[in-house]
Write a protein that binds this ligand. Structure first.
Ligand code: SAM
Length: 257
């Protein structure tokens, strides 16, 4: 077994409290301090696991302030776990800054495998999972249209995190930019009591969800990648002839060939 890490990223359940590994529980039991996005949320999980540990807030609004002191303590041999409210820390959640600084100081960082919302949503969509791109949250204002247009030609399966109050707007815009027939899959409340996954053309998904009186819960949106022949005909995606020039003509590159 390698030497114990100074900092361990510990994934926590995204809904169902049974989704925590034995190793995650052992790590939370063994560390000196648990850094939490929200101490109340993680406090409830610790209580459920019957663990008592000092908890300290570590979130986007205080990370720059607390990292130097945390590094001093880690360098002296303290062991810490980082958890977010749900899922894997650092995935659309705080974590990046602390990991980068620990590595820069030569401190060992470990990340345990565990729950994250993007993986079950990707696999439940039934779209290609050999190659995919995780886009996290789309920009809400500046840069949104540019990002959507850049992504219209992406051939890998696309995964987005989205809020329930913005999902209809996002599906409508995606249908406009990617084309209404492009397939999408909305996974809501994964691992929870009212979990559901709807898979249909983007325009249909937008209409189905717009017809609901209210959309609640957490959502992952998965969109099928662009098909080459569709890109050729699309009036939405700008044509880049250089791509064709770079094509080495190897039939192995295209599984459909
Ligand atoms: N760190 C988390 C992870 O590993 O998935 C993501 C945190 S991000 C702040 C929260 C977003 O993740 C939500 O807005 C939603 O898009 C997605 N999410 C988290 N839990 C979910 C669930 N149970 N069902 C569907 N989406 C979920």
């Amino acid at each position: 077994m390698p030497e114990a890490a100074a900092l361990t990223l510990v994934p926590t359940p995204i809904g169902n409290l049974e989704d925590i590994t034995l190793r995650a529980i052992r790590t939370l039991r063994e560390v000196d301090l648990v850094l939490c996005e929200d101490t109340r949320t993680s406090g409830r999980l610790m209580q459920h696991l019957e663990l008592k540990k000092p908890l300290q807030a570590y979130h986007l609004h205080n990370e720059h302030q607390v990292v130097p002191r945390l590094l001093e303590r880690l360098a002296k041999g303290e062991r810490m776990a980082l958890v977010s409210d749900a899922g894997t820390p650092g995935i659309s959640d705080p974590g990046f800054l602390l990991v980068r600084e620990c590595l820069a100081q030569g401190l060992r960082v470990e990340c345990l495998p565990g729950p994250t919302a993007l993986v079950p949503a990707l696999l439940k969509s039934g779209f290609g999972a050999e190659r995919f791109t995780f886009e996290g949250f789309l920009p809400t204002k500046k840069g949104r249209q540019t990002r959507l247009q850049e992504l219209a030609r992406e051939t890998r399966t696309l995964i987005f995190y989205e809020s329930p109050h913005r999902i209809v707007k996002t599906l409508t815009q995606l249908a406009e930019v990617f084309g209404p027939a492009r397939m999408g899959s909305v996974s809501r409340e994964l691992t929870k009591l009212f979990e559901e996954t709807l898979t249909a053309p983007l325009s249909e998904l937008a209409a189905t969800l717009a017809a609901r009186p209210a959309i609640k819960g957490e959502i992952v949106l998965v969109v099928e990648g662009a098909k080459h022949e569709r890109i050729e005909r699309s009036k939405y995606a700008a044509r880049d002839d250089d791509d064709d020039a770079e094509d080495d003509g190897d039939a192995d590159d295209d599984p459909a060939a």
